[in-house]
Design a protein around this ligand. Sequence first.
Ligand code: LCS
Length: 405
Amino acid sequence: MKEHSDMAPESLVVHAGVEENEHLAVVPPIYQTSTFAFDSAEQGAALFAGERKGYIYSRMGNPTVEGLEKSIAALEGGYAGLACGSGMAAIHTTFAVLLQAGDHLICSDAVYGPTCTLVETILPRFGIECTVMNTSDLAAVEQTMRPNTKVIYIETPGNPTLVISDLEAVCELAHRLGAKVVVDNTFMTPILQQPFRWGVDVVVHSLTKFLNGHADVVGGIIVVQDEAQYATFRKTLNQLGGVLAPFESFLVHRGIKTLALRMQRHCENAAPVAEFLEQHSAVEWVRFPGLKSHPQYEIARKQMSGPGGIIAFGLKGGIDAGRKMMNAIKFCGLAVSLGGVETLIQHPPSMTHASMGAEARRRANISDGLVRISVGIENVKDIIADLEQALAAAGTRATTVSKPA
Ligand code: LCS
């Protein structure tokens, strides 16, 4: 494998984790196998005892999956990655490693809906106390910390409101009071934000989004910072079993080769779309980290090297106007998920964040009229033209949408 410690991110995406192989294939083969044969009974026993390195069984390790794990660990500046069957599997495995009965978790309220549901409904069944709150309000986070607070879990920018938490400040606070910080870096990818630089302990991703980028894989990854942490996470992931398959790993690793180019284009396209929406008379408010109107614009500039491709906005006329607009969309796709090459539009309150319930959405500022766009890499003129005609179809009516705080 090429030495990649000095490579820039644009080179790492192409080369990291691409292992040399028997035939010097430029693209390593897919090890589409569930199990690996032993040379002898003694060698099999030595592998199981950890006395020899090698592959045993694909839930425990597979060269194709490892290539992907090395690639993302290198991009994040971490020690190692652990690929999981979905983003939710990565999040759940992380909680299973870091928390036990009697511990307290603080979770940002601006997170993917099922993450919030996991924290509020499943973890308490295992004796873990959870507080879901606005982690961009540091004073409130400090007041909420308890002696048994072991983890602060953050998505930044958060899904779907794009609220931003100050990673450096949260880490300083958490570490001072004996807690670890876990960050879901899905919206940014390591191209735009490297949480370890700000002191974060564990990074998780949904690979389903920008990292894969082609809307054809569901996957997740955990990235950790040292060997001891890696051993614990690997053991737990092996026992819980939510690993990623070789073919999916191959596809994501292939997608990552264009990650730097794609993220640049997502940012370049999203900025004019956000500006277009902000000046449109039918639009009540827009949240996009690249707009000066974003409440945490300065924090975004400090910890992110680009605004990303996700925009949230509210229409005058609220939910009815939003529904009409989405039904009038022709070029963009009306679908959940995000981070693919194609532009997608969806309505979080009735779709991705429906499972949270109305009260949790109100707390997280997810108003009924909120619409989310994942801006793709197409020609931005086509995206704006489609939004323009769909907004015209929605019409402007009396204001019923309140602007998020
Ligand atoms: N983290 C974030 C920030 C996400 O947006 C998602 C999925 C997940 C984790 C979970 O990842 P998965 O298990 O789906 O790979 N977000 C979705 C969304 O906004 N629309 O559809 C899925």
